[in-house]
Design a protein around this ligand. Structure first.
Ligand code: ASP
Length: 329
């Protein structure tokens, strides 16, 4: 059984031109050739998708769909090469859409901070590590994993923390779930419980804006998004999920109109909790029907809401889906 490599671009597949501008130029086979002796047979799928910051939820669901097809087709694991900027979102979408078949093998996403024309690029080593993880039988049943810089991070928790630094990926408050070293592939911590089953068609609803709260936020934004047909809304508040009080009335109108709303915090650690009352306190929002994101960032919360809506748009089912994402341990 072979591992499937799904190549999507990003710095790992990029080189600099004569002016020093970095763009994706390399294909899956080029990446493999640079990754040294392969620990396993590899089948390459080159997905022609735009660079990571130009993806859409629909295109990312296509990447997850390719991973799913590979596992259902008998691959022992899948490696996805990706841009670092939003690899955490694609990884999380893979967790939501593919986790139910990862008993067959893992989905391992990898990336690089140094492009292939730089001195000592990190891509080849990251890819070699990711292939080793994908080929290891004890990687199965752990869902979607990001493998970078010798560390394994679960899709649920991983985030890019430094704009340009090499050791940029962290799982704040959780830490890595494993490592790749001279001792091989080792898992050192459990991941989260699996999410609910994915929608039968593997899709995600993309029309879910993020409203970022700040002192001078324009509250009309909420009504504007609802009027133009947003299917759900994600709020990014501060601390335990509190948002500026002028957002409350429009949020109440959105919830009353049947638009599901999820609250998140800009804090990289901890979760939204219904502690504070008053204008915009998350306890007040919660009482209006705003759902907590259980530690998901705004970017990941909107994907969870999008998958919930694609699975079943009934508001009761959407709430059930989101509440099933709580991690109690
Ligand atoms: N800086 C990014 C990368 O590491 C660019 C991207 O996300 O596509 O690939």
């Amino acid at each position: 059984m072979s591992v499937t490599l799904i190549a999507t671009g990003g710095t790992i597949a990029s080189t600099a031109d004569a002016e020093g501008r970095v763009t994706t130029t390399l294909h899956g086979e080029d990446l493999l050739a640079a990754a040294g002796p392969l620990p396993v047979d590899v089948e390459v799928v080159d997905l022609r998708v735009p660079g990571s910051w130009n993806l859409t939820s629909e295109l990312a669901a296509g990447i997850a769909g390719a991973a799913r097809s590979a596992l259902l087709g008998g691959a022992r694991g899948v490696v996805i090469t990706h841009g670092t900027d939003v690899v955490e979102e694609t990884a999380w979408l893979c967790e939501l859409l593919v986790r139910d078949v990862t008993d067959r093998g893992p989905v391992v996403l990898t990336a690089a901070m140094r492009h292939a024309s730089e001195f000592a690029p990190d891509g080849p080593r990251n890819l070699a590590d990711a292939l080793a993880v994908a080929a290891t039988p004890h990687s199965a049943d752990r869902g979607a994993i990001v493998c970078v810089n010798g560390e394994l991070h679960h899709a649920r928790w991983v985030t890019k923390t430094h704009a340009t630094g090499l050791a940029t990926f962290e799982s704040p408050g959780r830490g890595p779930v494993g490592e790749v070293s001279e001792r091989g592939v080792r898992f050192t911590a459990a991941g989260p419980p699996p999410p609910p089953p994915p929608p039968a068609d593997g899709s995600v609803v993309g029309d879910i804006p993020i409203v970022v709260s700040h002192w001078d936020v324009d509250a009309d934004l909420v009504d504007w998004h609802v009027a133009r047909g947003a299917r759900g809304l994600v709020l990014q508040g501060g601390g335990a999920g509190n948002v500026n009080g002028r957002l409350v009335e429009p949020i109440e109108r959105a919830v009353a109109a049947g638009v599901p709303v999820v609250g998140t915090t800009r804090c990289p650690q901890g979760e939204v909790v219904p502690v504070y009352g008053g204008d915009g306190g998350f306890a007040s929002l919660h009482a209006l029907g705003v759902m907590p994101s259980f530690g998901l960032s705004a970017g990941k919360a909107r994907l969870a809401l999008g998958v919930a809506l694609a699975a079943d748009p009934d508001p009761v089912e959407v709430r059930r889906y989101i509440e099933a994402l709580e991690v109690r341990a």
